[in-house]
Design a protein around this ligand. Structure first.
Ligand SMILES: Cc1cc2nc3c(=O)[nH]c(=O)nc-3n(C[C@H](O)[C@H](O)[C@H](O)COP(=O)(O)OP(=O)(O)OC[C@H]3O[C@@H](n4cnc5c(N)ncnc54)[C@H](O)[C@@H]3O)c2cc1C
Length: 213
């Protein structure tokens, strides 16, 4: 990835990752992003689901969603964040977070082509719940008409990663005798909880059972 004037990290530049593989890995590790879009002259930052296929990030939502309707009018900023740990230093000043994050800038395109719309929805579904697109009922015409799918290119993106212990081991604060280190964090899927309305003979399908492994 070649940094643009907009994606060049100014602060903590050593945390930049510039390979496309790093971007792909951050995007593949999640399915919730935040979309920053200007609506009525004010920024609106929305948590929403995403899916990535090749060089395209797909977003979806209601055709009535103000942010989605507004998005193709100008540049949006999509962020994906994974928190890997709380970094506890000897001083408040050096307290930090281990993370992997990506930011993508671009003008999204409304997906009009019916086939690509289904591809986008499938990509979103599978990123969140692999195997579910084939298992559950797929969208009908009415549902498709009520859904907007946006496609955003990955050309202008940045990745920032912090790893490791706190930064104050070689400062005078190290002599304070305080504990310092990292409390790791990760997101885990729990065991599937059946809908109480489910008949008892409907078993958990293997792709859902595997989600929590
Ligand atoms: C979970 C988490 C918690 C954070 N907490 C803090 C905090 O409390 N205080 C703080 O100052 N910073 C924090 N950061 C870092 C923060 O995201 C910014 O990187 C930092 O504030 C620099 O901002 P800036 O305005 O100087 O950006 P600049 O360095 O000027 O940004 C220039 C360009 O660099 C890229 N860029 C900047 N930050 C990121 C990023 N995080 N991920 C991907 N690309 C990026 C973007 O393309 C951006 O347009 C945190 C990051 C994460 C992921």
């Amino acid at each position: 990835m070649v940094p643009t004037e907009r994606t060049r990290l100014r602060r903590a530049r050593e945390k930049a990752r510039t390979s496309r593989a790093d971007l792909d890995s951050v995007l593949a590790a999640g399915f919730v992003c935040h979309v920053g879009v200007v609506v009525d002259d004010a920024p609106m930052v929305l948590p929403t689901a995403y899916g990535v296929l090749g060089d395209t990030l797909y977003l979806h939502g209601s055709v009535a969603s103000r942010s989605l309707v507004q998005a193709p009018a100008s540049t949006v900023c999509v962020t994906v964040t994974h928190v890997d740990g709380v970094v506890l230093a000897r001083s408040m000043f050096e307290q930090s977070i281990n993370y992997r994050s990506a930011m993508i800038y671009g003008i999204p395109r409304v997906v009009e082509d019916p086939e690509e719309k289904l591809t986008g929805l499938r990509t979103l579904t599978e990123q969140c719940a692999p195997g579910q697109w084939e298992y559950a009922r797929q969208p009908n015409r009415k549902e498709l008409a009520a859904t907007t799918v946006l496609a955003l290119g990955l050309d202008e993106a940045s990745v920032k990663v912090r790893t490791g212990p706190p930064d104050d081991a070689d400062t005078p604060d190290a002599a304070l005798g305080l504990w310092a280190g990292v409390v790791p964090m990760s997101v885990v899927r729990g065991a599937p909880v059946p809908d109480p309305a489910l008949p008892s003979d409907v078993r958990v399908p293997s792709h859902i059972a595997q989600m929590s492994r």
